[in-house]
Ligand binder design. Structure first.
Ligand code: C5P
Length: 289
């Protein structure tokens, strides 16, 4: 038997940093959006006694160092069973060090796969609880869609979906360390959060209004020249709005259609790796197959 799940990448339509928590993590307010760029995670049953195995091509480690291994281990602990002999294969497409939750979405896909394969019957909320212990973006990636995320990213509220549109992604060669970006944010002044305006725009606005509300506090704090160049190039290429996602370094631009995003791709093709994608809606968790 073989089970397969797509692991959709995410974008931050907004990212506000609200403050530092006593445990060193940061409280955030964000609107997260799943997009069609995805890894594919496959689960097969392993030989008896092999435990949890993770095979991954280029772009992420194999074995215990992969976040998928941690997710599977956490799944069996939560479920109260000895780890089964399972083998995960990850086909990577989402770039790493991108701010697109590539590892988190693989971990979430692994939790959905185990729930299906072993007919564990865990709810989306239970899978999110397991995911919260694995990584801050894993809870969102359990179902994805369009969600407001608060706390460290685990308090999720569905919001109106991003309307149908084309999204141009550009990943410059510069990498950003997430812990370093958070450390820099600790000495930056507090600014008013912009997530409430985005939630309002999703409820009542047009795609242009929504594009005008894109915001990322890390982008302001980090001030990376390559990021600014891509944002400017996307806007010159008629993006309705453009912004960095997560702690970077992917920049995305919103366009009325995928055709228009594709036409603008040449404006940024010299600045990094380019993808054209579209929004993906929330996935339902089948409680039992
Ligand atoms: O949970 P995840 O592995 O995605 O987080 C990577 C790092 O980012 C954490 O080790 C922490 O330093 C920082 N972080 C944070 N506040 C958050 C999420 C992540 O400080 N809400």
């Amino acid at each position: 038997m073989k089970w397969t799940e797509p692991a959709y990448a995410k974008l931050n339509l907004t990212l506000d940093i609200l403050g530092r928590l006593p445990n060193g993590y940061h409280s955030l307010a964000m609107v997260m959006q799943s997009v069609s760029l995805h890894d594919t995670v496959t689960l097969t049953l392993g030989e008896p006694g092999t435990g949890i195995q993770v095979e991954c091509g280029e772009g992420a480690p194999s074995g215990k160092d992969n976040i998928v291994w941690k997710a599977a281990d956490a799944f069996f602990r939560y479920w109260g069973r000895k780890p089964e002999d399972v083998c995960f294969h990850i086909e990577k497409h989402t770039p790493s060090q991108a701010g697109m939750g590539g590892g988190s979405s693989d971990a979430a896909a692994a939790l959905r796969l185990l729930n299906r394969a072993f007919r564990a019957g865990l709810t989306a909320q239970e899978l999110r609880t397991i995911g919260a212990g694995v990584g801050a973006d894993v809870p969102f990636c359990i179902t994805g869609g369009t969600m407001q995320a608060e706390g460290i990213g685990e308090v999720l509220t569905p919001v109106m979906s991003l309307p149908s549109c084309g999204i141009l992604l550009c990943k410059p060669p510069v990498g950003v360390s997430t812990p370093e970006a958070f450390r820099l944010s600790d000495s930056a002044p507090a600014v008013p959060p912009r997530t409430p305006a985005m939630v309002q725009a999703l409820e009542t606005g047009t795609l242009s209004t929504i594009a005008g509300c894109l915001y990322n506090r890390f982008q302001e704090i980090l001030q990376i020249p390559q990021i600014t160049d891509i944002v400017d190039a996307m806007k010159k290429g008629n993006a309705l709005g453009a912004c960095m996602t997560g702690s970077g370094s992917v920049v995305f631009g919103l366009f009325p259609s995928e055709e228009e995003a594709q036409q603008a791709a040449k404006a940024v093709s010299g600045l990094g790796q380019v993808f054209v994608v579209h929004p993906v809606e929330e996935q339902k968790i089948e409680e039992m197959e």
